[in-house]
Design a protein around this ligand. Sequence first.
Ligand SMILES: Nc1ncnc2c1ncn2[C@@H]1O[C@H](COP(=O)(O)OP(=O)(O)O)[C@@H](O)[C@H]1O
Ligand SMILES: [Mg+2]
Length: 313
Amino acid sequence: MDENTWRFVKKRTAADGAVYVSADRTRFRRTGGAELQAEAEFQRRIADLDYPVPHILEEGFTDDGDYYVVEESLGDQTLHDRAVASLNGGRALADDVTDTAAQVAARLLRAQAAHLVQPMPGTLRQWLDSAGFTQNVFQENPDLDNTRTHAVLDHALDLLAAVPLVRGHLDYGLPNVLPAGVIDWQHHGLVPLGYDVLPALEIIAFKGGNKGYTASPGQRRRYLAVLDDVSLNTTGQPVSQNLGGYLLVKALFFLVLMRPDDPSHADKHLKWQYRRHLFTKGLEQYERTGTVDTALFPSLEEFAAGHSAGNHP
Ligand SMILES: Nc1ncnc2c1ncn2[C@@H]1O[C@H](COP(=O)(O)OP(=O)(O)O)[C@@H](O)[C@H]1O
Ligand SMILES: [Mg+2]
């Protein structure tokens, strides 16, 4: 077998370039531009800090002037793949998947907590704006760009000011997690401790049931307990107390680029309205209780039924 034969895997989500796998499946190759070069530099840095990430084996310019990076494979199945494969006709995630997710998350959180980054003025605000894509979200949803939203976000940022900053992934979730570590550091940046790992099972709810699986309240509780254990041992604080603030930012993130250009696209319009509903619901919950409970989110189907019956907010 020619070890230099690369099979196309997919175009990169949210960036130019593509992902390829070697014929023997031991390595992955990504192509892209300057952002890929920055991603590789970041990944090398955190590998040196003992983050659970693929080692970079080779990088450089292709004959076409693109950048390419080759890294080791962390295995054949992401936890998303494993979750889907273990469904057995139902929708409940296998405990084995959520417990493995907790183990990988704990390793990442430990590495992050071991290498805190000194905050600069405005770092947390920058995180909010980049992780929540606030510019796009408020442009597409000007009615949400109001004093109430900003009061809640400001309050959440005030509370998070006490949380240490770390080098983060910003697109953490089962599709980028394997038992051996975390791939796809395209969106990397500084995040408050726990922002990556805490919401990983909660964000499934934002897909409205279309992801094929759901995590039970018990699985989510166990997952958070493992992470609290790590953070109590490293920083002396339970990270799960920040989950509400993090889910507000995720609710913004899930609204990015959702507004259809053409309002007659009924499907897209419905999904956009659904995400607006989840954002508003999350905001209300946070105002009332200081946290966000994704178990109270309707599925897209339930939302659609209420929507067509006319009893939407
Ligand atoms: N180092 C790796 N180890 C194992 N699988 C990988 C690795 N890199 C990429 N993959 C596989 O390729 C897919 C796409 O790579 P990824 O960088 O996540 O692309 P995207 O930016 O489109 O999400 C992943 O979901 C995973 O299945
Ligand atoms: Mg990915």
